[in-house]
Write a protein that binds this ligand. Structure first.
Ligand code: SF4
Length: 428
């Protein structure tokens, strides 16, 4: 019997299931290596840690194969490929380092499964820069939180518990007096924005498709422009004027948005209106933006890609040197145009994030519980960071990296081990 088959209780464990990386999870491990959250979890973390310890074998065209055979076949596919695409990229820092090495060797394009959302942010950073904050700053300083187009909790379930209605703050602020405003979106779950003493948040609803004009109007009002319209997308100008005045009076406002929720054409311009609005507020008071996201290791993948290649994701090594293009190197475009001829898909956290349907040969390095509608040429089940092995991950605010711990042992290989073996066997 190895140690992993002994029941054990864990405390202060970091949860990698969303970008908050809550580090206060209590867990219990049973004699069959299964885990259960016992304290401080949310439903997302309960599902994540509760997935049973499966020991599935590699497969080639749906038939069981040894790990060596699957690695050899993956290397053959990549060696024969003229334009490989490495996508998904749901992994930790070390996993992404190994992805970068093989991408460099094979001339692959790199894109994350969440890129459609966070490219909206990247384009704004590249174009005009921004002023954003960290979760720690929010936890300790925010007095007015404006959330645009999202309820937050559907992507970051414990956001309010951890950083808004936290009982203690570093500078003696009465956190229960914080004010919350939801702007835009319909059918949002705004209950988590109710303060501990029962104060309801202000909700200014509109269809998400109208957020561009609503946010542009708020920016104009914050800049002191006079408007002759009386309403925009069903929200009265007086309500928006009132919000602009509250932002100007706040000591430390935070304006948050979730890029995946801004799902309309040229949403980067709406993100830019938010970040420019924040810049304007900082002429007279203090304000910061807060982009919300960070699932499936997207922040970790993007950080590693940036510091190794000099560019964020949607970067290609096809010409032997790194080139970045948020449009040309999107997974969707490369698959639809037929430019990519082999897809290598990585998803080690979530078995439900399977590769997009495609006719090109597909190699999947994925969660052991993954099942497929379209059987890939090669499937290699890999270990999950923060459950099956220890690693490092970046939190959603991009400036904090946290260790995630091994909680059980099994025979699943890490992504790094598989990628290194493929790299060695590759003749590309
Ligand atoms: S909020 Fe996110 S990081 Fe925190 S416990 Fe839930 S899934 Fe895990």
């Amino acid at each position: 019997m190895n140690n992993s088959t002994l029941p054990q209780a864990f405390q202060s464990i970091t949860c990698p299931a969303c970008g908050l990386l809550c580090d206060d999870i209590h867990l219990a491990r049973d004699t069959t290596d299964n885990l259960a959250v016992t304290q401080n979890g949310c439903q997302k973390s309960i599902t994540f840690f509760g997935r049973p310890a499966l020991s599935s074998s590699a497969k080639i065209n749906g038939k069981p194969a040894s790990l060596d055979e699957a690695i050899t076949r993956a290397a053959q596919l990549l060696s024969a490929s003229k334009q490989p695409l490495f996508a998904g990229l749901g992994t930790d820092v070390n996993g992404m380092r190994s992805v970068m090495r093989l991408a460099d060797k094979s001339g692959a394009v790199l894109d994350h499964m969440n890129s459609n959302g966070f490219m909206r942010n990247i384009q704004v950073i590249q174009n005009s820069g921004w002023q954003v904050t960290t979760l720690t700053e929010v936890r300790n300083r925010v007095d007015l939180l404006v959330i645009i187009g999202s309820d937050v909790v559907s992507i970051l379930p414990r956001f309010f518990e951890r950083v808004v209605w936290n009982k203690e703050s570093m500078f003696g602020q009465d956190t229960g007096k914080r004010e919350v405003v939801y702007l835009g979106g319909r059918d949002l779950d705004t209950n988590p924005g109710i303060s501990p003493d029962g104060r309801k948040p202000q909700v200014l609803p509109c269809d998400s498709a109208h957020l561009p004009e609503v946010v542009a109007t708020l920016r104009a009002l914050v800049s002191g422009k006079k408007l002759y319209a009386t309403e925009v997308a069903g929200i009265t100008i007086s309500d928006l004027q009132n919000l602009a005045e509250r932002l100007a009076k706040a000591q430390y406002s935070v304006v948050a948005w979730a890029p995946p929720a801004l799902n309309f054409a040229h949403a980067e311009l709406t993100v830019q209106n938010i970040t420019e609005l924040v810049k304007t507020l900082n002429k007279t008071t203090r304000s910061s933006g807060l982009p919300l996201g960070g699932s499936d290791g997207d922040m970790s993948a993007n950080q590693v890609c940036t510091w190794i290649s000099g560019y964020p994701l949607r970067t290609s090594y096809a010409r032997t040197y790194p080139e970045h293009d948020p449009y040309h190197f999107s997974t969707e475009r490369l698959l639809n145009s037929g430019e990519a001829d082999t897809l290598l898909w990585v998803s080690s956290f979530n078995p439900e994030r399977t590769p997009p349907a495609t006719k090109i040969p597909t190699i999947v390095l994925g969660h052991s519980a993954m099942t497929f509608e379209q059987v890939p040429e090669v499937f290699i089940p890999i270990a999950t960071p923060g459950v099956d092995y220890s690693g490092i991950m970046f939190r959603m605010d991009n400036v904090v990296s946290l260790p995630v711990e091994q909680l059980r042992t099994n025979d699943l290989p890490t992504l790094s081990a598989v990628m290194s073996a493929i790299e060695e066997a590759c003749t590309c």
